[in-house]
Write a protein of this length. Sequence first.
Length: 141
Amino acid sequence: MQTSRIAFKPFLDEEARRAIVDGVDNHNIAVTRMPDWWDVNFVLRRDDGDVLGGILGYVWGGWLQVTYLWVAESVRGAGHGTRLMLEAEGYARSRGAVGATLETYSFQAEPFYRRLGYEVFAALPGCPVGHTKYYLRKSLL
């Protein structure tokens, strides 16, 4: 019989990370029979190529999951965040998504997402301490 051990890895190697992610993804696909997955990555760049912002996420199971949205402070307020969200939502719709979901904190952009039609469906007060974590969703139909 083989032994096993748990080891803390502050800098996880790609092979181990991939094994863990693939393990979860393969389980999800096997159970749901939904193998289609699309990355959703849009980048806002200056003419010289510098990154000024972007949105990262994916579409799976008929939903857009927004994992990151960021716009550099120097160009905030010019509609770039809205444009990035609309691009991601449009792409998700083209892949058959019926809804979108994301998480944000009370010190981030909850009012911004509400203006885009997202609704809070859950909140976790005290995460992090002194703040609230919000879970939002939006229909894409």
